[in-house]
Design a protein around this ligand. Structure first.
Ligand SMILES: [Zn+2]
Length: 476
């Protein structure tokens, strides 16, 4: 077998790609390939033509998967074409994404590793820097993200996560039914939620042209002005106050595709700050705005931590420093769910119980808050529990918990709505924890887009495959 034939088989760069020459250099193997196909393809849109504009003066270079300890580069002399939509473009190749310096196989290995392991491992194993990892996963994410992920949203959660330093935020939208993150942007609050709704239902002018099926049904001369239909699952929306994006043209059948996607939302869960609620009230007035149980438990944890810290400071100033030190280690014993404690933490907790006092009282209050969201409780049970809890908090004589009681009382209906609509506390918490873990890994990225891509690749509607899996499945 000739070397070029052997390399053609080894690299599997795709149909119509032939290896012309293989060169060994001190630190790398260089494989020169040529495209056998006659037609030139625009990498942006897939437009193909036989007309060649010219040929690029230099070879294009892509890094491919390593060959043993050798770094492997693919080189190709590419032609240029004239795309009616994009103008002059260098032709696309089947083995790499447009504007990438890496082959698809290499990029898919990077994406797979990025969702599973830490920064140092990836950069050392693959010999690329973390910024490059960010650019690669952004491309993979754009390419692989399910375009229909915003269809069929019913119960969603909208929430922010802090990124990099404390005052950088990413806002994420979760599809509760599937337990996936489906949308994200930089920033937080009402503006971020508005951006989500704008993408959910783009303005009629900015939207892509209507589906040919819907267009064909209309008589040609019918260019009547669009009317706004107060459509939605709520019959209470007064005329003229419908969902802003639900535009229909006169004479058009009520096509489900034309109905605003925001109008299908039945529940939106969020935190208690109010920004998201304002946007949701405006864009999806029919959806119940409920309080994510996760946030209630988080507030209870914060209140407990405040009590603990005050007590610790008191210990430190009064008695021996050893007691204070011992108590400092109690933090996780107090904050973790009892079922997840290690043996040592369980012992610490038992000691705290025996000691009694404010910290123990705060702990039982925190557990009472968690108790509301135990699985298997009916709405009636929770209503009773929450009212009992509210009076307990009000009488607790612990300032942080009295404040917590006031907040919970204010959002009581929203919390009960979450229970009524079955927003699953366990699952939302699990997704939240996963997102927070991934976000910490994304701190090293400079752009919010790369951080979002990492979150989407890990928690979004994407299935990542390793190169060998892709080839086995025949996808690549
Ligand atoms: Zn094009």
């Amino acid at each position: 077998m000739r070397v070029t034939t052997a390399f053609s088989r080894l690299l599997r760069l795709g149909k119509g790609v032939v290896v012309k020459k293989v060169r060994f250099e001190p630190d790398r193997v260089i494989v020169e390939v040529a495209l056998r196909r006659r037609r030139l393809i625009c990498p942006e849109c897939g437009y193909s033509t036989r007309a060649r504009k010219d040929t690029r003066p230099e070879n294009s270079v892509w890094r491919h998967l390593d060959l043993g300890v050798w770094r492997l580069e693919v080189q190709c002399r590419r032609r240029r074409l004239w795309c009616p939509e994009h103008g002059a473009r260098t032709e696309g190749v089947p083995f790499a994404r447009p504007r990438s310096e890496f082959t698809r196989d290499f990029e898919c290995l990077v994406a797979w590793l990025a969702t599973r392991t830490d920064k140092t491992t990836i950069t050392q194993v693959l010999r690329i820097d973390w910024g490059t990892v960010g650019r690669i996963i952004k491309r993979v994410c754009d390419d692989e993200l399910d375009a229909d992920r915003l269809n069929d949203l019913y119960d969603i959660g909208i929430d922010e996560v802090s990124w990099k330093r404390q005052h950088n935020y990413l806002t994420l939208v979760a599809n509760h039914r599937r337990g996936k993150i489906v949308w994200g942007c930089a920033g937080k609050g009402e503006k971020a939620a508005d951006a989500f709704f704008a993408e959910l239902d783009p303005e009629p002018a900015a939207a892509s042209p209507p589906a040919p099926r819907a267009a064909a049904r209309q008589p040609r001369e019918a260019q009547a002005p669009a009317i706004m239909v107060p459509f939605g699952p709520c019959p209470t929306v007064p005329a003229g106050h419908g969902i802003p994006a639900a535009w229909l043209t006169d004479g058009c059948e009520l096509d489900p595709q034309l109905v605003a996607r925001a109008s299908r939302l039945t529940a939106i869960s969020m935190d208690m700050t109010g920004g998201y609620a304002a946007s949701a009230r405006h864009h999806a007035p029919q959806a119940a705005r409920c309080i994510d149980p996760y946030h209630v438990v988080q507030l209870a944890n914060q209140a407990l931590d405040e009590v603990r810290r005050a007590y610790w400071n008191e210990l430190r100033s009064l008695s021996d420093p050893n007691a204070a030190k011992r108590f400092k280690n109690a933090r996780w014993a107090l904050l973790k769910a009892p079922a997840k404690l290690t043996d040592a933490q369980a012992t610490t907790l038992a000691r705290l119980k025996a000691a009694g006092g404010e910290v123990w009282r705060a702990y039982t209050l925190k557990e009472a808050v968690r108790g509301i969201f135990e699985p298997g409780l009916s709405l009636e049970d929770v209503t009773i529990l929450i009212d009992r809890l509210l009076s307990r908090l009000a009488r607790s004589r612990l300032q942080p918990f009295v404040r917590l009681g006031t907040t919970i009382r204010k959002h009581r209906d929203g919390i009960l709505d979450a229970i009524r609509l079955g927003i699953n506390q366990g699952r939302t918490e699990a997704l939240n924890n996963k997102v927070r873990l991934i976000t910490r890994r994304a701190y090293g990225f400079h752009s919010a887009k790369a951080a979002l891509a990492l979150i989407m690749l890990t928690c979004g509607p994407i299935t990542l495959h390793l190169p060998h899996e892709l080839h086995a499945l025949g996808i690549a």
